[in-house]
Design a protein around this ligand. Structure first.
Ligand code: SF4
Length: 246
C-alpha cells in the first residue's frame, strides 16, 4: 500500500510508522509513505554525514502512470471517527481480525477488564504522549484506573522508556495505577501480564492483532492509544474527548 497527499503530510513520522505497520492487516505486504521535508529532517537526525540532497536522491517514487490493483482511495481525515476492531465471531461469519470494525458511538456499553497500551505498534514517542495526555487529564479530575480494570502500558523501545522517565510520565502512570512493561512482545503474543484468563474477559488494546486466542481466550477489541487509555479510566470502551473527565 502507498500513502500520500496532504493528509499524510499532516502526520508525524510516528503516525506514519503506525500506518505502515498496520498495512499488513489489510493484507498488504508492506506500507510506503510518500517522502517529504519531514522525512528528510527525520533522516538527517539519524543518518549524520548524509546531505539533504543525498537523502532525497535515495528516495523511490511511484511511476506517474503506475496502476494500483487495489484502486486509489481518497480518505478525508476530517470524516474519520473513533473506531474499534471488534473481536469477531467466526462461528457467525464475523472475521476475528482487524479488518472488521465498528464506530465506538455505535457500540453501546462494553465494560472492560483489561486495557493494554503500548507494544511495537503503539509504544512510540507520540503514543506515549497520548497516554500521558489522557492520564494527566484523569489525575487532574481525581481519577485512577477504574475499579476492576487492569491497565498496562508496554514501552516500544528503550529510547521510549527513557523519554517517558525524563518527561515524568512514568511516575505519573504509576500514580494513576497503570503497570508498565519493558519493551518486547508481551500480551500481543499471549505472553506475560495483560493476557486474558477466560472467555468472559474483555480487553481493549492498542496492539495490532486480535486473532482468536492470540492474547488469551477473552474478547479483544483493538483501538487507538487515546481510546485505550480513556477506557482504562472509565471502565468501558470510550472514545477520547478533551472534555471526557470534566
Ligand atoms: S508479536 Fe506483537 S508486539 Fe511483537 S513484534 Fe509482532 S506485532 Fe509487535
Amino acid at each position: 500500500m502507498e500513502f500520500g497527499g496532504p493528509g499524510l503530510s499532516s502526520l508525524s513520522m510516528d503516525e506514519r510508522a503506525t500506518l505502515c505497520n498496520m498495512a499488513t492487516e489489510c493484507s498488504a505486504k508492506t506500507g510506503i509513505c510518500d517522502p517529504d521535508d519531514l522525512t528528510i529532517e527525520w533522516l538527517m537526525k539519524r543518518r549524520q554525514g548524509l546531505t539533504r540532497e543525498e537523502i532525497y536522491n535515495s528516495f523511490v517514487f511511484a511511476d506517474k502512470d503506475a496502476k494500483y490493483d487495489g484502486g486509489i482511495h481518497d480518505i478525508n481525515l476530517d470524516d474519520i471517527q473513533p473506531m474499534v476492531a471488534h473481536p469477531g465471531d467466526p462461528d457467525k461469519g464475523i472475521p476475528s481480525d482487524p479488518t472488521n470494525g465498528a464506530y465506538i458511538k455505535d457500540l453501546g456499553v462494553v465494560n472492560i477488564d483489561i486495557a493494554y497500551a503500548g507494544s511495537c505498534t503503539a509504544g512510540k514517542d507520540d503514543d506515549f504522549a497520548y497516554y500521558a495526555k489522557v492520564t494527566k487529564a484523569a489525575l487532574d479530575a481525581g481519577l485512577k484506573v477504574a475499579d476492576g480494570v487492569e491497565c498496562y502500558i508496554q514501552f516500544g523501545s528503550k529510547t521510549v522508556k527513557d523519554l517517558s522517565e525524563k518527561n515524568g510520565w512514568t511516575d505519573m502512570f504509576e500514580k494513576a495505577g497503570i503497570k508498565l512493561i519493558d519493551p518486547g512482545c508481551g500480551a500481543c503474543i499471549g505472553a506475560g501480564p495483560g493476557v486474558s484468563d477466560n472467555d468472559e474477559q474483555v480487553s481493549i488494546s492498542a496492539i495490532n492483532r486480535n486473532f482468536q486466542g492470540r492474547s488469551g481466550p477473552g474478547k479483544l477489541y483493538l483501538a487507538s492509544p487515546l481510546t485505550v487509555m480513556a477506557s482504562a479510566f472509565t471502565g468501558q470502551i470510550t472514545a477520547w474527548d478533551p472534555e471526557l473527565f470534566s
